[in-house]
Design a protein around this ligand. Structure first.
Ligand code: SF4
Ligand code: SF4
Length: 76
């Protein structure tokens, strides 16, 4: 799965446009991500001009992320 640092995201939608699985979507105020669809290809990470996407290969939901990562990205 990927995690977006929304504070630095400029909503360019570049990540969503390169994602082959539609795992990222612009929902009006921010980019939403769908980890269950992500295949960890890394294309969005490379496409992001703001460098605010981090990839966590093999992880399929937020609960599996390390605690410090969840804290950093304010994910519950
Ligand atoms: S890593 Fe690939 S599949 Fe996953 S969100 Fe990014 S572009 Fe989409
Ligand atoms: S490519 Fe980066 S800056 Fe652009 S919408 Fe996606 S996360 Fe935000």
């Amino acid at each position: 799965m990927i995690v977006i640092n929304h504070d630095g995201c400029i909503l360019c939608v570049g990540c969503a446009s390169v994602c082959p699985k539609n795992a990222i979507e612009y929902i009006g105020t921010r980019m939403a991500t769908y980890p269950e669809l992500c295949i960890d290809c890394g294309l969005c990470v490379k496409a992001c001009p703001a460098n605010v996407i981090e990839m966590f290969p093999g992880i399929k939901n937020v609960d599996e992320l390390p605690k410090e990562v969840r804290r950093k990205y304010k994910l519950g």
